[in-house]
Write a protein that binds this ligand. Structure first.
Ligand code: ADE
Length: 376
């Protein structure tokens, strides 16, 4: 991916607008939101490409696979994408638009990067909440080059008005902008080059069906990884980080990684810190102690996950209780509960979603009993 440089408006049909397109949009009320325009550079920062990075973000970048053969798991999605990309290449055409969904940390962004690399395409990265106004999207789309990939993360957070601009752009490479209001309103059509939209979401149900139906290249659900796959990912990460891990250490991390590479890599880095500071090797024992300190239990539950089932048990008799009540009791956003905590608890069979609300299972009671002895 690369940063968006000097605006490129060569593709506009109406050249009269070309030099001052952003200003024009501002004048008519479609301006780019000021929070996302860096005035000095004039660059639209709703689109970014990894500017300044924290060490943590840099490490995540290092651990992210940069070749298909390094990408472990998601076999079915990978195979479908392989055929899609091969066919697109043979036809010398941009691949059709793709939608990835699934819990956070399973590699949606990584897949988008790999696709861009495979197609030798530039990737522009943005996200639903970063595109605040119609003008933001118009600016992004008119700055795309032919064959570029536009990656929109958290696409479920795009505004409705913005979605409506996106449809014709996805379907026919056209941007319809309405200028003015009432009887004097006019539509201006701008042509945009052939591009591939790759959108990612943790909440497929929140996408409108017109948007969902426009991902003509396919909609792919990313699955949780197996423990074996996570261990493979960890082995690769430990090598990249230069940490020699003893037998069983990585396995111990793998079982507590919520079947999620991002969590696995996070725990590996924390266990490495722990071993390094203690001037000891990364052994299974060191991992166990490090994870205990982080409050990660044998099932991979973190303190916030345990708080959820504990509140259900102690305050609501195990449930069922509505999501909003649960959110209030935990001082946690409903979206976080739904996207981050619940999928894994449900996957483990500790929690159920019923028509009357959330309920813990007998397994959750057993687990809470069990950890009272080990963690508390
Ligand atoms: N790091 C994060 N996700 C990965 C994956 N699927 N394969 C290899 N390394 C990864």
């Amino acid at each position: 991916s690369s940063s968006v440089g000097v605006p490129r408006y060569t593709s506009l049909v109406f050249t009269v607008f070309s030099s001052n397109f952003a200003k024009l949009l501002t004048a008519i009320g479609f301006g780019m939101s000021s929070t996302h325009m860096s005035r000095k550079s004039g660059k639209n920062s709703a689109v970014s490409s990894v500017p300044e990075q924290s060490e943590e973000a840099h490490l995540d970048q290092t651990l992210r696979p940069s070749r298909w053969d390094e990408y472990i798991g998601q076999k079915n999605t990978k195979e479908n994408l392989r055929i899609l990309l091969l066919a697109a290449k043979e036809r010398k055409h941009a691949p059709e638009h793709l939608l990835f969904y699934g819990p956070p940390g399973l590699g949606k962004t990584t897949l988008a990067h790999l696709i861009a690399k495979e197609m030798n395409a530039q990737m522009r990265v943005t996200s639903g909440p970063a595109i605040e106004r119609v003008g933001d999207l118009a600016s992004i789309l008119t700055n795309l080059g032919s064959g570029d990939i536009l990656f929109i993360d958290e696409v479920h957070r795009l505004g409705k008005q913005i979605e409506e601009i996106l449809y014709p752009a996805m379907e026919s490479g056209r941007l319809d902008i309405i200028i003015g209001k009432g009887p004097s309103a006019r539509t201006v059509q701008l042509e945009i080059p052939a591009f591939t939209l790759i959108a990612a979401t943790t909440r497929i149900a929140m996408l409108s069906s017109p948007l969902r139906s426009r991902f003509s290249g396919g909609t792919f659900r990313l699955e949780y990884y197996t423990e074996g796959e996570i261990e493979q990912i960890l082995r690769r990460s430990a090598k990249l980080l230069g940490v020699p891990a003893q037998d069983g250490a990585l396995r111990e991390i793998a079982v507590r990684s919520r079947f999620t590479p991002r969590t696995a890599n996070y725990l590996l880095k924390r266990a490495r810190d722990f071993a390094q500071v203690g001037k000891r090797p990364l052994s299974r024992e060191a991992v166990k102690e490090a994870l205990k300190l982080l409050g990660v239990d044998e099932l991979g539950l973190q303190p916030s996950d345990r708080a959820l089932i504990t509140v259900l048990v102690e305050k609501f008799g195990g449930g069922p209780v509505g999501l909003n009540t649960l959110g209030a009791a935990l001082s946690e956003e409903e979206a976080t509960i739904e996207d981050v905590h619940e999928p894994y608890l449900i996957q483990l069979g500790l929690l159920e979603r019923t028509p009357r609300g959330r309920r813990v299972t007998p397994k959750a009671y057993e687990h809470l009993q069990g950890i009272k002895q080990t963690l508390m």
